[in-house]
Design a protein around this ligand. Structure first.
Ligand code: CTP
Length: 414
C-alpha cells in the first residue's frame, strides 16, 4: 500500500490571515486522496464524532479529510457528509462559507484559489462561495463577525451574499441557531476591533430582530435632541459600543455598554422622546436576553449594574453623598474594586457615544473614584476598636463612609 496520492493543504482562515499579514489563530489542514484507515496507520489520531477529522501525531493540528456535505434536515444538525479518497480539493473548498476562507496552500507554497478569494480579500468583500452557504445559519453570524474584525480594511458584505442572508432570515433558517453558537460568535465579535459592525450587519439582513429583538427594538425610537444629537436610540447604542471598544478590550464592559439602554425600546410612544425609568425597565430585558443566550454570569452581572445605575453616573455631580455610597455598595465596589472601574468605563462609553460628545472632558469618573477612595479609607477595624459590635459595625461604617464622601463633595464645591 502506497500513500502516493495523498496530498496535504493548508486551508481556511490560516491562508486568509497569512495573505492579510496577520497571525492565524490556528491552522487547519485538508488531506486529499486518503481514507480514515490510512490516516490512522500514519499515526494520526481520529477525533470528531461528526466529521472525519484527525490530529497530527506531533503538532496536534487538525487534519480533515476532503469532504462534501449535503443537507438532510432543516437546522443546524441536519448534515450528512461524504468523505472518500476521490473527493477533490475543489469539491471541499466549494462547500466553505466565504471566498476568502476557501483558498488552499499546497506544500510547495502555491495558492489554490478557485473562487477568487485573493481578489475579494484585496477588495474587502465578504462573498459566499456557492449556494451551499445557506446550509449553515452560523455563517450569517460569521460574516457579521468578519465585518467587525476586518473593519479597519473596510470589509463589506457582497450584494448577492446580503440577499442570501436576507433569504435565510425570511425562511426561518436563522431561528434554528442554538443559544451557544449565537453567544460564541457574539462574544468573539465583541472582542474584535469594531464590534458595532457585527450588529450592523445582522441588522441589515434582518437577523438582529430574530436573535436580539430587544436591540432591534431600539431602532426608530427617538431620544431628546439636546442630550442626544444623534436622536435614534439604536444608533446611540452602536455608537456607545464603538466608544467602549475604543476605551477597553474587556468584552464584559463592551457587552454592558451594548445593553445598557434596552429599556428605551419599551417606552410608551406617548412619552417619546423622554424615557422615564428606562433604567429599571431595562433590567428584566437584560436578564431575559442573558438567560436566553446563556450568557455567563460575569457578563450578566455587569450588564445589569450598568443598565440599572447609569443615570447615577451621569448625575454624579449632583448626587447626595449617601446616594453615592449606596451606588458604590450596589456595584460591590468595596469587595470588587475592578467592578467600579468596569462600571465607570461602560458609563463613560455611554456618555461619549453621542454625536459631538466623543472627546469631551468627563468629571464623573473623578468624582466617583474620589468618593470610593475616601470611603475605602475608613477601616472597619477602627470601628470595632471604637467599641461597636454586631449590626452596629455595619451601620457605623456606613455613617463614617458617608461622612467621608461628604467631605470630598464639599471640597469640590467652589
Ligand atoms: N467553515 C465554513 N462554515 C462554517 C465554519 C467554518 O465554511 N460555518 C470553513 C471556512 O473555510 C473556515 C474553516 O472552515 O475558514 C475553518 O473554520 P474556523 O476555524 O471556524 O474559522 P477560521 O476561518 O479559521 O477563522 P477564525 O477562527 O479566525 O474565524
Amino acid at each position: 500500500m502506497g500513500y502516493r496520492t495523498l496530498e496535504i493543504y493548508l486551508v481556511g482562515g490560516a491562508v486568509r490571515d497569512k495573505l492579510l499579514g496577520i497571525e492565524p489563530r490556528d491552522r487547519d489542514w485538508v488531506v486529499v486522496g486518503t481514507t480514515p484507515e490510512e490516516m490512522t496507520e500514519l499515526g494520526y489520531q481520529a477525533v470528531g464524532k461528526d466529521f472525519p477529522v484527525f490530529l497530527h501525531p506531533e503538532t496536534k493540528e487538525e487534519y480533515a479529510l476532503a469532504r462534501t456535505e449535503r443537507k438532510t434536515a432543516p437546522g443546524y444538525h441536519g448534515f450528512a457528509f461524504h468523505a472518500s479518497p476521490d473527493v477533490t480539493l475543489e469539491e471541499d473548498l466549494v462547500r466553505r462559507d466565504l471566498t476568502i476562507n476557501a483558498m488552499a496552500l499546497d506544500e510547495a507554497g502555491n495558492i489554490i484559489d478557485p473562487f477568487n478569494g485573493q481578489e475579494d480579500l484585496e477588495n474587502g468583500m465578504l462573498r459566499h462561495v456557492s449556494n451551499a452557504f445557506v446550509e449553515d445559519p452560523v455563517r450569517v453570524l460569521r460574516i457579521a463577525r468578519y465585518a467587525a474584525r476586518f473593519s479597519r480594511w473596510g470589509f463589506r458584505v457582497a450584494h448577492g451574499t446580503h440577499a442570501l442572508m436576507k433569504r435565510m432570515v425570511e425562511n426561518g433558517e436563522v431561528d434554528a441557531l442554538v443559544a451557544e453558537r449565537v453567544w460564541q460568535e457574539m462574544e468573539r465579535a465583541l472582542g474584535e476591533d469594531a464590534p458595532q459592525r457585527f450588529f450592523e450587519v445582522l441588522r441589515n439582513c434582518g437577523a438582529l430582530g430574530r436573535i436580539l429583538p430587544e436591540l432591534e427594538a431600539l431602532f426608530g425610537v427617538p431620544q431628546p435632541a439636546h442630550h442626544h444629537p444623534e436622536i435614534d436610540s439604536g444608533l446611540h447604542t452602536l455608537m456607545v459600543l464603538e466608544q467602549a471598544a475604543r476605551l477597553t478590550p474587556d468584552t464584559r464592559i463592551r457587552f454592558a455598554a451594548l445593553l445598557h439602554d434596552l429599556g428605551k425600546g419599551t417606552t410608551p410612544e406617548v412619552e417619546w422622546p423622554k424615557h422615564i425609568a428606562h433604567e429599571a425597565r431595562g433590567v428584566p430585558l437584560v436578564e431575559g436576553l442573558c438567560e436566553r443566550l446563556r450568557v455567563p454570569k460575569e457578563y450578566r452581572e455587569l450588564a445589569v449594574i450598568v443598565t440599572r445605575d447609569h443615570l447615577l453616573f451621569h448625575t454624579a455631580a449632583e448626587l447626595r453623598p449617601v446616594t453615592i455610597l449606596k451606588l458604590l455598595e450596589r456595584i460591590d465596589a468595596f469587595r470588587r474594586p475592578e467592578r467600579l472601574e468596569q462600571f465607570l468605563l461602560a458609563c463613560e462609553a455611554d456618555s461619549r457615544g453621542r454625536t459631538g460628545y466623543e472627546e469631551r472632558e468627563l468629571e464623573q469618573p473623578r468624582i466617583l473614584r474620589g468618593a470610593y477612595h475616601a470611603a475605602m479609607a475608613i477601616d472597619v477595624r477602627e470601628v470595632v476598636a471604637a467599641g461597636f459590635s454586631g449590626k452596629a459595625v455595619g451601620e457605623e461604617l456606613h455613617r463614617l463612609r458617608s461622612a467621608a464622601i461628604s467631605q470630598i463633595v464639599k471640597n469640590r464645591e467652589p
